[in-house]
Design a protein around this ligand. Structure first.
Ligand SMILES: [Zn+2]
Length: 277
């Protein structure tokens, strides 16, 4: 019955907008709850670099039972931890890390930016400061973030070579069966002097990536990869090797070099991968 309803809603092109509306409503309600519940922590400690609020601690998020095995046993850096959501604006630790990187290391003002699956806070920060093109393979999910979002398949982009100064595609490649094909496309549309930020969840423990690129079994995907639509967990070194195979020059910003951003309650222990042509 549930499957039939989903098929019907998809046919009517209502499935993604409704799911997106549901998520946004939930987030709105949670945000109001946390604003009140975290009042007692306000005033000192971590500062959100999106909204400027300061709290002794942020809202934690831990893996659910279904995915805990995949995330915890494999030591996957995937956005979970003690200080995840800003209680005031609900941005995530991974969003705050990327904002810190963009503001500190990137020349992004007035540049041509390609933003995949746009994170609301990042998009809102960038949209008036640069020319931002947003894309996703299921744009319906993101219409309430940018109504102009376009369809794009990362493995076959409808853009000429050397078009974008900055590409932001966070937590995208672990969903894509032919990830190296997508990396090559991202490299192709990036300008020679451009930079791509392509963060993925990765294991600190693995020597090789675990993957089943063409798996279509959400329950098993949760169990193996920690999310029902992921097809792999990257080993970090293998991930950077794949990017190099696709033609990128890779610069890794290790957690030690990101200590200056700990005050922003960023994802603990995460390395940032900057990709150049
Ligand atoms: Zn905030």
């Amino acid at each position: 019955m549930k499957e039939q309803l989903i098929i019907c809603l998809k046919f009517l092109r209502l499935y993604h907008p409704l799911q997106s509306f549901y998520r946004q409503t939930l987030l709105f309600l949670l945000n109001n709850y946390y604003r009140i519940a975290f009042l007692k922590y306000k005033g000192k400690g971590y500062t959100c670099n999106f909204c400027g609020s300061t709290y002794e601690k942020f809202v934690p998020e831990y893996p659910s039972k279904k995915i805990a095995m995949a995330i915890n046993n494999n030591e996957v850096i995937a956005g979970f931890g003690e200080n995840v959501y800003c209680p005031n604006c609900m941005c995530k630790n991974r969003d705050r890390l990327i904002l810190a990187i963009i503001q500190t290391f990137l020349n992004f003002r007035k540049k041509n930016i390609l933003h995949f699956s746009p994170e609301r806070h990042l998009y809102n920060f960038l949209k008036d400061k640069a020319k931002v093109t947003t894309v996703d393979i299921m744009p319906g999910f993101y219409k309430n973030i940018d109504s102009e979002i376009r369809y794009a398949d990362a493995t076959s982009l409808n853009y000429a070579d050397n078009v974008f100064d900055v590409i932001i595609a966070n937590h995208i490649l672990e969903h894509i069966p032919q990830d190296i094909k997508a990396m090559k496309e991202l490299q192709r549309v990036l300008k020679n002097e451009g930079v791509a930020i392509l963060q993925v969840p990765y294991s600190k423990k693995f020597e090789t990536t675990i993957e089943e690129p063409f798996i279509k079994d959400p329950a098993r995907q949760e169990l193996l990869f920690g999310q029902k639509d992921h097809v792999r967990i990257y080993a970090f070194e293998d991930y950077t090797k794949r990017l190099e195979m696709a033609g990128f020059k890779v610069k890794v910003l290790a957690p030690e070099s990101l200590r200056q951003f700990e005050k922003n309650a960023i994802q603990e222990g995460e390395s940032v991968v900057l990709c150049y042509k």
